[in-house]
Ligand binder design. Structure first.
Ligand code: SF4
Length: 505
């Protein structure tokens, strides 16, 4: 248990993730100085019932912000192990001010735990975005390296990888004239079963099959509206995600994709991707429907090729099912297939990842997306964590090394990267692909470079204002029943936003 005491709690989102990155296993509570003092006084009165926040007596990180300096103390309050004063903050920009304090905090924590973090003080989910923007401004690679080291304490290895990825992204985005268009995300929030680590909007099809027809009806209504949003703009990418879109029957898939085709102009579309995701949802009929409508990229996601892991994470299918799904995808004419794997799954060791990669090599997909396990608050893996304590994966960085070597040996180039909160060893997710087979939508969504209309339950539309270099989000409700019942309101939210904002000037 760790307490963070902040004299100004407005900085919670800046300092908490960095402390968490050093202590991923610990529960961390954040207090303002007043809350903390109040709690201590209550603790001195043992007869009195505690009514405030509970303070644990573990490690404490205290950050006091004064006008001209910051006092940083780490330890237990009777015996501070580290005390640091950070000065010369007056002339800094807001970002520079935060980064300076974060660097001080990083140095203190890194000394205490005797460990460096590969991404330094960067805790956000898009580290490549910084590098991308510098490349866009024609900053030299040498200066980018120096900046990422000095300002963010990033390791050389991560900066080199970010530069390689951002350069690739820059070329791909320039080729597609992204500023003049928009993309479409369509969410199908149903899955065969719920995976242990899942934190998405996902409903088990067995339990909620009665909602599917009403859901599709609402989605069609939103689709028809969406087709009227930007009549003179080019539709660039369409991405069916979820959930698992192929949980729908072949007829339902045919109907919903047909609706998209009927209402949108496909003449400028660069990519039409469907996450087939779970092998236990894939049939030849569904793959033929995708082919019929021109879907040119699909994902078949094993996550692991170890049967005991699949059983443990609640994916009710076999290794053979994965291979069979892949085989029929090829047979039905799909020649751009991505496979997702997760490293750091419970109970897996580096040898398991090696074996998974060996089996993936036999299938030879065009791209491979490698996630590092992130334990999200709402996932069963977190809620039932006591059951899985002994199964914690070891040596995640070593697994990632295996993946990188495998990618290099098999001509998979990294082309996008993002991070999530609470990732194993504070690492990252990387999309690799063969040259020319990159998933364009993945780059657009990660670099936040293009307006994306997101339809369906849990959809989060992102509207990009290019001239002002900013974006705004408009979300849909997450619950399927709310989405069905409030579809007119979901449409009105987008309608109001678009009417109030001039996106294209
Ligand atoms: S397939 Fe994806 S969306 Fe569906 S339950 Fe598993 S993790 Fe969640």
């Amino acid at each position: 248990m760790i307490n963070i005491i902040l004299s100004d709690k407005a900085y919670e989102n800046d300092f908490y993730p960095l402390v968490k990155a050093f202590y991923p296993e610990e529960t961390i509570k954040v207090f303002s100085s007043e809350e903390f003092i109040g709690q201590q006084q209550e603790d001195l009165l043992p007869q009195q019932e505690n009514v405030g926040v509970q303070v644990d007596k573990g490690l404490t990180v205290e950050i006091e912000l004064f006008e001209e300096y910051v006092l940083l103390r780490v330890g237990n309050q009777l015996d501070w192990q580290e005390t640091k004063i950070i000065g010369s903050l007056n002339s800094l920009t807001k970002a520079g001010y935060k980064n300076t304090i974060k660097r001080g905090l990083y140095q203190v924590l890194s000394r205490l735990v005797e460990r460096e973090l590969p991404w330094g003080i960067l805790t956000g989910i898009r580290p490549t975005k910084l590098v991308y923007e510098m490349l866009e401004q024609e900053v030299s690679e040498e200066d980018i390296r120096a900046h990422m080291d000095k300002e963010y304490l990033c390791s050389r290895e991560k900066v080199d990888m970010s530069i390689q990825i951002a350069k690739r992204e820059l070329v791909l985005l320039q080729e597609m004239d992204y500023q003049k268009g928009y993309s479409l995300y369509i969410g199908i929030p149903f899955c065969p079963t719920t995976c242990l680590y899942c934190s998405f909007t996902s409903y088990s099809i067995a339990r909620f099959s009665n909602l599917v027809e009403d859901y599709l009806e609402a989605l069609e209504k939103e689709l028809v509206y969406a087709s009227t949003c930007f009549p003179d703009k080019k539709l660039a990418c369409i991405y069916f995600g979820g959930g698992t879109p192929t949980t729908l029957s072949a007829e339902q898939l045919d109907r919903i994709i047909g609706k998209v085709k009927e209402h949108f102009d496909f003449s400028h579309v660069k990519e039409f991707c469907v996450e087939a995701g779970r092998p236990d949802s894939i049939t030849p009929e569904k793959l033929l429907v995708l082919k019929k409508w021109g879907v040119d990229r699909i994902s078949i996601n094993p996550q692991s090729m170890q049967q005991r892991t699949l059983d443990l994470i609640g994916r009710c299918h076999t290794i053979e099912d994965i291979k069979e799904a892949f085989r029929i995808a090829r047979e039905t004419g799909h020649h751009n297939i991505n496979m997702d794997i997760i490293i750091g799954l419970p109970g897996e060791a580096p040898e398991d990842v090696e074996d998974t990669l060996r089996q993936i090599k036999e299938m030879n997909p065009e791209s491979l997306t490698v996630h590092t396990l992130a334990i999200k608050r709402a996932a069963r893996l977190n809620l039932e964590k006591d059951n899985y304590m002994e199964l914690k994966a070891s040596e995640v960085p070593k697994m990632l090394e295996h993946v990188m070597d495998f990618a290099e040996d098999n001509s998979y180039l990294p082309y996008y990267l993002y991070r999530q909160k609470n990732m194993a060893d504070n690492l990252e997710n990387i999309g690799y692909s063969r040259f020319g087979k990159e998933g364009l939508y993945n780059i657009l969504i990660m670099e936040e470079k293009q307006t994306i209309l997101a339809l369906g339950a849990g959809g989060m539309s992102k509207f990009v204002f290019h001239k002002e270099n900013r974006l705004e989000r408009v979300d849909n409700v997450k619950s399927v029943t709310d989405y069905i019942n409030r579809i007119d309101e979901m449409i009105a939210r987008k309608q109001d936003f678009i009417a109030r904002n001039d996106l294209w000037n």
